[in-house]
Design a protein around this ligand. Sequence first.
Ligand code: TRP
Length: 451
Amino acid sequence: MANTKSIHGEWSSRFAYILAATGSAVGLGNIWKFPYITGENGGGAFVIVYLGCVLAIGIPIMIAETMMGRRGRQSPINTLTTLSAESKANKNWHFLGWMGVIAGVLILSYYSVIAGWAIAYVFKAVFGGFSSDAAIVKASFDGLISSPGQLVLWHTAFMIATMSVVMRGVRSGLERAVQFLMPTLFALLLILVAYAMTTGSFYFQGLTFLFSPDFSEIDSDAVLTAMGHAFFTLGLGMGAIMVYGSYLPHGVSIVKTSLYIAGADTLVALLAGIAIFPLVFANGLEPGSGPGLIFQTLPIAFGSMAGGWLFGILFFVLLVFAALTSSISLVEPLVAWMVENKGYTRVKASVMSGIFIWLLGVSVAFSFNIWSDFTIFGKTIFDFLDYLTANLMLPIGGFCIAVFAGWIMMQKYVKNELSMPEDQYTIWKFLVSYVAPASVFLVFLHVVGVV
Ligand code: TRP
């Protein structure tokens, strides 16, 4: 089976793959989540742990996951079956594919609700809802999340958008959606950074918060969050990049493309932080105000700057698209599996998974208002799903992927697929076999209090 083509099609070029995979990586994780969890976890030290995790754990695992996808050429579940048979390993490895599918479904159920907030903000921007007054901006955000009807409406809109792209398949659907969005989003972030610089001393206060580490600020849970976020933001640990890798033509360097994708992803996150924290301090807001952070800060910038309404509209439109190019990768493993094993058409598979995820998402939408008192392990449905997936399932998935690539797969197949220079291979092999799994393991031990 290895080395053939995927039945679902292939990316038309190396560039198309880079766009799609960068699209999967860059999303709400960078612009919405990174700033607010950095704010909640005290800033600089958290950022350093996160960057360390991207380098030592994220990039090696990204290479491993993509490599496995390209060799298996199917949905992650079937890819793992094929690869473990090829290397004469236990066939239970395909359960790793299942865990990924479940993680993707759970993540998308809340991802879509937050992306819905961004859609709502497009309309707020259009109808002049942004203001230079922080109190008005906050009231407007509180109004949105306390309305179950609005949250469900926008969540529904986002799910429909996601499933209609997925329905169209690899080339016409996934590829086209990303061509223009990424560069424009990047340009707008630069505009926001430029605006943040006009906040004078607050600009430096923002930078200090982001980049000067105070390690007394972080505990084991913060380290876990930073590590989990490295997986989340790169889109690793659940088979998303594995399934994208399965559409990757031969001859494209997995190492180079992975470095490029991780670099772009990190840059976008840091720019978002550089744009947001000066605004937080300039307006006397709390860095740790949680998931609403960007929705309570950026509208102030747009409400104050010249031409802000236009930039505001553009920014939130692009944020929605960035979310869309990520969300499609979250269901692609499930849809690909349904097509392969159930014989469904792509359309049928997309509609069925979409409806299921939508339903879950409705409960997430309610967890911000009418169900906010309902908790699981002391967390609302949203907080619980976020913790379960980003902090637990993705690192566990990533750990297993590292072990599979480093210890289970026969090295001749790995080498054949990666075709990288011997010295680079040695470095990667060391990182993926030892450093990445040991780091994940240590962080877990630390959280449960063993070390
Ligand atoms: N990386 C995306 C973001 O930062 C979210 C995402 C897309 C993701 N695909 C994924 C997260 C796969 C985990 C696994 O917004």
